[in-house]
Design a protein around this ligand. Structure first.
Ligand SMILES: CC(C)(COP(=O)(O)OP(=O)(O)OC[C@H]1O[C@@H](n2cnc3c(N)ncnc32)[C@H](O)[C@@H]1OP(=O)(O)O)[C@@H](O)C(=O)NCCC(=O)NCCS
Length: 142
């Protein structure tokens, strides 16, 4: 599997949108279109790495404007792709000179812990009128 930069590789943008929308409930976001995604990429500084073989299998996003928050998603799940995505995210973050990554998750804490993220505590996110309790993590990049 190779790593690509989705922001530089428009061939995979539609697959990125599909994968993101497939996972939107786990990411606590709404659905987006390809057009909205292109506009968002034009006006936002964001890093997006993708794991590709015959198609796109996994994504890692780093949001510099949100304290370098990391979001990861894949299909299928439970193949160890989460760990591979976090490796690619870390490589990209180091290349960009980032010093610290942040993550919030309700159900993927083990994946982040395995990759050396440190649990900081619990916090609540509001999503569609519900209060979702999750864990937040930091990883210092030295
Ligand atoms: C988060 C996500 C990318 C993790 O992917 P994943 O491949 O399931 O995660 P991991 O790499 O940690 O592997 C998870 C499990 O797969 C199992 N596994 C099965 N085959 C494996 C293999 N060949 N290699 C490694 N692990 C394997 C592991 O035992 C592990 O189980 P455990 O967590 O009970 O110990 C994925 O679950 C996902 O897309 N979730 C929806 C979006 C989401 O919630 N994102 C997190 C918030 S940002």
């Amino acid at each position: 599997m190779k790593t690509i930069d989705i922001t530089q590789d428009s061939e995979y943008l539609q697959q990125y949108v599909d994968l993101r929308n497939l996972n939107h409930k786990f990411l606590y976001t709404g659905l987006v279109t390809l057009g909205e995604t292109k506009e968002w990429l034009n006006r936002t500084k964001v890093f997006i790495v993708g794991l590709v073989e015959d198609k796109l299998y996994g994504i890692g996003v780093i949001y510099p404007q949100k304290c370098n928050e990391v979001a990861i998603f894949s299909s299928p799940e439970r193949l160890g792709l989460g760990g591979l995505i976090l490796n690619a995210v870390e490589l990209k973050a180091r290349k960009e000179g980032l010093k610290r990554l942040f993550a919030w998750t309700k159900s993927s804490s083990k994946t982040f812990l395995r990759k050396g993220y440190t649990l900081q505590g619990e916090s609540i996110k509001e999503y569609q009128g519900e209060r979702i309790r999750g864990n937040y993590f930091f990883k210092e990049l030295r």
